[in-house]
Design a protein around this ligand. Structure first.
Ligand SMILES: NC(=O)c1ccc[n+]([C@@H]2O[C@H](COP(=O)([O-])OP(=O)(O)OC[C@H]3O[C@@H](n4cnc5c(N)ncnc54)[C@H](OP(=O)(O)O)[C@@H]3O)[C@@H](O)[C@H]2O)c1
Length: 210
């Protein structure tokens, strides 16, 4: 019952891995190079080296669930948006299907379905997330899609909202709250084929993401 964490070395990924380790949820952190290993080894977290743009299959060995929280980030061009946010997510969905994973938890983005309404610079990214989500929805892979708003680096409150109406117009969410939300979803094995917007708010995570 191991969960593969794709994007484990990212800001959300590391926080998720620490939370998962603290509750003994078996995880395998997918990282991109040897230099990233010590941070995980110091915490007793298993790692596997793999790349969304390269060798990937082996990372899934022995895993029955995966979390996709990788991303090309704001400092790369549209080429990486295509190869990581779109094609990387599609590869993971297809592999999850081939391997018969029980669930894939996809970190998408709020309003990804409306890329033309995003600020111009973000439109290719939103279009990539939208297309990757559509591929996952159309697949036979049991899944959850988490759609955070703008990510910020604030401490966890473990209180969230699932719509702009509920959050009183707050359009952001802390990465720490996203990590807690992922932990809840990773453990709530009965939740399937659902999508949640995630914003900072007032409701306990388990209640909001039920
Ligand atoms: N920024 C926002 O406001 C926003 C809003 C909604 C959703 N999101 C989504 O939130 C998620 C994570 O956010 P974050 O802040 O944690 O991002 P982050 O810190 O940039 O982490 C992204 C991770 O993806 C990994 N990655 C990049 N290319 C890869 C590849 N080819 N193969 C394997 N891994 C690769 C990176 O690896 P390295 O550590 O090796 O570089 C990094 O660990 C992403 O899915 C992003 O699209 C972001």
């Amino acid at each position: 019952m191991t969960t593969l964490v794709i994007g484990a070395n990212g800001k959300i990924g590391r926080q998720f891995c620490e939370l998962a380790q603290a509750v003994d949820l078996p995880i395998r952190a997918m990282i991109r190079d040897e230099g990233q290993r010590p941070w995980f080894e110091e915490r007793g977290i298993e790692t596997v080296i793999a790349d969304l743009e390269g060798e990937l299959d082996h990372a899934f060995d022995g895993c029955d669930q995966a979390i996709f929280t990788a991303g090309s980030g704001p400092h790369t061009g549209p080429d990486k948006t295509l190869l990581i946010d779109l094609h990387g997510a599609i590869r993971v969905t297809d592999l999850a299907g081939e391997r018969g994973l029980s669930r894939l938890l996809m970190v998408s983005a709020m309003r990804a379905e409306k890329p033309l309404e995003a600020p111009e610079k973000l439109r290719p990214y939103m279009a990539a997330k939208h297309a990757a989500d559509a591929h996952l929805r159309a697949s036979a892979v049991p899944h959850l899609i988490l759609k955070p708003g703008r990510l910020v680096d604030e401490p966890a409150t473990q209180r969230v909202a699932t719509s702009l109406a509920e959050s009183d117009g707050v359009n952001s969410v802390s990465r720490a709250n996203v990590a807690h939300a992922l932990l809840h979803l990773a453990q709530a094995r009965d939740l399937l084929d659902r999508e949640y917007v995630l914003l900072d708010g007032e409701r306990p995570i388990a209640e909001a993401l039920s």
